[in-house]
Design a protein around this ligand. Structure first.
Ligand SMILES: [Zn+2]
Length: 83
């Protein structure tokens, strides 16, 4: 559960990301993105990154993680009830 929360927090606070992480978590829509070399906050690699806004601020990834988290919580509740 912590792992998902951690990922959520990372996505929420990330100001930029590399192309791989950005495309995995959002819709890449930049026409003329400005890349600079920095540590990607999502994968920790020192690489070319660009602003979170070019990935829709990771909206898709955040939605997916929230749904995943809700499902895990529901499963945990169901399990504790049947135990
Ligand atoms: Zn990355």
């Amino acid at each position: 559960m912590e792992a998902i929360q951690e990922q959520l927090d990372k996505l929420k606070t990330a100001k930029h990301a590399c192309l791989d992480c950005g495309k995995r978590n959002g819709d890449y829509s930049a026409r003329d993105p400005q890349f600079f070399v920095a540590e990607c906050p999502l994968c920790g690699k020192q690489t070319k990154v660009t602003s979170a806004e070019h990935f829709g601020f990771f909206y898709r990834g955040l939605c997916r993680l929230r749904i995943h988290k809700a499902r895990m919580e529901r499963n945990a509740r169901a399990q504790s009830k049947s135990a």
